[in-house]
Design a protein around this ligand. Structure first.
Ligand code: CUA
Length: 361
């Protein structure tokens, strides 16, 4: 029997409107593999509960039946009982082999993506996720996928060990520096689901969270096309506003109000830029804070570490953003008094940024 054929069957039998079939407090089942994982989990848990119950009951019974009383003479106990020993060895052996077999089959299934999968490149870095689609769309912390179609994630890390975890899909995979890992899933319902980094990766590990948005195929195509195209529709003179949409990639390390996090505050950088100031680098040299300094600091962040700050910025971020978005970020910092007046990021929709929204006229 092949598990590939059983898993969809279990999914069909157990999918009660996406609610979890498990009584053990599982999240909703939103992928084809979820009912299978829950079934294995439930089975192992019930077997454990069953044996725990039997052992405790017998143990308590024996405690009373064979308790030491004053007028009993010591006797030699039995040394061994072959049929009993064979029984208590063979039954658990069969049970654990069965668990291993089911686990192995499930593992092979979950690590072998179907041929026709939709592929997304995933990059984990301190402390956000980047999802790159085949059409060029690059999205931070939001994984957009179609429903009812296998999705394959090809994953790499820019710095250290992370782990991508989507509880509702019951999938989780380490993202390891210097290695490519992958996982796949097929969402069974549209909606909005949690996505976590589940491997401690430093100070802001707990904020390395995202969403999974599952769309109907048509809507998915529209959404992902817009992700790839919208920045091209922003007029040059409004590009600085687009930076407000990419700041979330910077926000775990850089603030807008001057307070200090992992890296220098954008407010401080902006003020130095306006006053034509300089910055002292970790190697003791000083550098003038100008547009080119900003650009280079995004493109090659590890070349110019500011004194007293750690060398933490993901080196690949400039490449991921691409030239237009890097320019948007440079202009965003240049005009920080407009993009984040009083240290507070302005909220604008994409249409407002492009200038097509009625209220932006
Ligand atoms: Cu990335 Cu924890």
């Amino acid at each position: 029997m092949s598990l590939a054929s059983i898993i969809p069957a279990i999914a069909a039998a157990q999918s009660g409107g996406g609610a979890s079939g498990s009584i053990f407090g599982m999240p909703p089942q939103a992928s084809t593999i979820a009912p299978f994982i829950d079934l294995v989990y439930d089975l192992i848990t019930w077997i454990s509960i069953f044996f725990f119950g039997i052992i405790v009951v017998v143990m308590v019974y024996f405690m009373f039946k064979y308790r030491r009383t004053t007028h009993v003479a010591d006797t030699e106990g039995p040394t061994h009982n072959t049929p009993l020993e064979v029984t208590w060895s063979v039954i658990p052996l069969i049970l654990v082999i069965a668990m291993f077999y089911v686990g192995l089959k499930g593992y092979v299934y979950i690590t072998t993506a179907p041929e026709n999968s939709y592929q997304i490149q995933v990059t984990g870095q301190r402390w956000f996720w980047t999802f790159n689609h085949p059409n060029g769309a690059s999205v931070t912390n939001v994984l957009q996928v179609p429903v009812g179609r296998p999705v394959r994630l090809l994953m790499r890390s820019d710095d250290m060990l992370h782990s991508l975890f989507i509880p509702a899909f019951r999938v989780k995979q380490d993202v390891v520096p210097g290695r490519r890992t992958e996982l796949w899933f097929e969402a069974t319902q549209t909606g909005d689901f949690d996505l976590f980094c589940s491997e401690y990766c430093g100070t802001k590990h707990s904020q390395m969270v995202g969403r999974v948005l599952v769309f109907e195929e048509d809507e998915f195509q529209a959404v992902i096309t817009d992700e790839a195209e919208w920045i091209k529709r922003v007029p040059d003179e409004r590009l600085y506003l687009a930076g407000t949409k990419f700041f979330n990639q910077c926000s775990s390390c850089h603030t807008l109000d001057g307070s200090k996090l992992i890296g220098p505050s954008f407010k401080e950088t902006h003020d130095l830029l306006k006053s034509g100031g300089t910055r002292t680098l970790a190697d003791g040299s000083t550098v003038k804070v100008d547009d080119e300094y900003l650009r280079q600091s995004i493109l090659r962040p590890l070349d110019r570490i500011v004194a007293t700050f750690p060398s933490s910025m993901p080196p690949g971020i400039g490449t991921q953003l691409g030239p237009t978005k890097v320019e948007a970020m440079v202009q965003f910092i240049q005009r920080l008094d407009e993009t984040a007046p009083g240290g507070k990021l302005i909220e604008m929709s994409r249409d407002e940024i492009i200038g097509t929204a009625p209220e932006a006229e």
